[in-house]
Design a binder for this molecule. Structure first.
Ligand code: 8YV
Length: 312
């Protein structure tokens, strides 16, 4: 008999189709059909989530047979890990396969906000070039880049930045003995030392609000913030206030505090670049993420070692 699976997030169609072929798969029926969910809940053996999905203690309480939560994404801050562990539930994610794409978008956002690519594009489309040249923008090559969270994605951003001759510095819980970049013990110290601050830290309670008003003020009126990690790592109200008061020069954001809602004030600002949580969103990477999610599920149900379990 095929194991029963529930997805708790919107998944790409190709992945849902494959899950449907291989499992007794139910797509978010806990949201769409409560009665059907209640009948099925005792038989659900695995959840398929995404980087943005929420799996709380309350949901797990209703699912006594869940053995595995397979996350289609690297971040699992939406999962109540403690509640899962108490129940002996294993969690898998999809690291590595998305690292390059996320780093690519971080650099793309950085270039877009500094070189004002979107306003410049509007300048051409609106026929304003006929009236005069576009204003001068900010140089990226050779600038100072700070990375908040030098994990796999942070390192990939650093490598790309070195190609632009940027001087790289970082902060994180620990100084890394294996890298030569300047280490700053706090986000504030790092922000004070750089022109561009890129957030690449995991989400969750430990990093919530890490980029606050003091960090933004340290970044200063010529500084830029780029966030490709998780919205809540940045205090969004403090960011809005800093942008409003020209206390930082610009921001480029792929993630937000309550996606898909983006504050109207942010949308109205010209010195920000906004993308819809799409850093891993290429055909190639989403396909690889889907394959890895399926490989984790298969290994689990066949009793083989999991390709990418989340370590404690
Ligand atoms: C999402 C992400 O998972 O990997 C992560 O942690 O946030 C993204 O890659 C992706 O958008 C699928 O929902």
């Amino acid at each position: 008999m095929k194991p029963t699976l529930l997805s708790v997030a919107r998944l790409p169609a190709f992945l849902s189709r494959r899950l449907d072929d291989e499992y007794n798969f139910h797509d978010r029926i806990h949201e769409s059909d409560r009665a059907a969910f209640d009948g099925l809940a005792p038989r659900i053996r695995a959840l398929v989530a995404s980087g943005e999905a929420r799996v709380g203690r309350d949901l797990l309480d209703r699912l006594p047979s869940v053995e595995l939560i397979a996350v289609f994404g690297v971040g699992y801050d939406g999962i109540d890990v403690a509640a899962a562990r108490e129940r002996g539930i294993t969690i898998t994610n999809t690291p590595d396969v998305l690292t390059d794409d996320v780093a690519d978008l971080a650099i793309g956002l950085l270039l877009a906000v500094a070189r004002e690519i979107l306003p410049a594009d509007s300048h051409v489309r609106a026929g304003q070039w006929l009236e005069g040249p576009f204003r001068l923008t900010r140089r990226v090559s050779g600038a100072r880049l700070g990375i908040l969270g030098l994990g796999r994605i942070g390192m990939a951003i650093a490598r790309r930045a070195q190609g632009f001759g940027m001087r790289v510095a970082y902060t994180g819980r620990h100084r890394r003995p294996d890298v030569a970049f300047d280490y700053h013990p706090t986000p504030r110290d790092l922000a004070a030392a750089v022109d561009f601050l890129v957030v690449a830290a995991p989400g969750g309670g430990a990093t919530r609000g890490l980029v606050d008003a003091t960090v933004l003020d340290a970044l200063g009126p010529e500084g830029y913030l780029i966030n490709i990690a998780r919205g809540p790592v940045v205090d969004e109200a403090a960011l809005l206030a800093a942008l409003r008061g020209a206390r930082i020069r610009g921001a480029a954001l792929d993630v937000f505090a309550s996606e898909p809602h983006v504050p109207a004030e942010l949308i109205a600002m010209e010195n920000v670049v906004l993308t819809p949580h799409m850093a891993s969103g290429t055909v190639e990477t989403r396909t690889a993420m889907g394959e890895l999610t399926l490989a984790n599920l298969r290994a689990h149900f066949e009793g083989r070692p999991l390709p990418t379990p989340v370590s404690a």
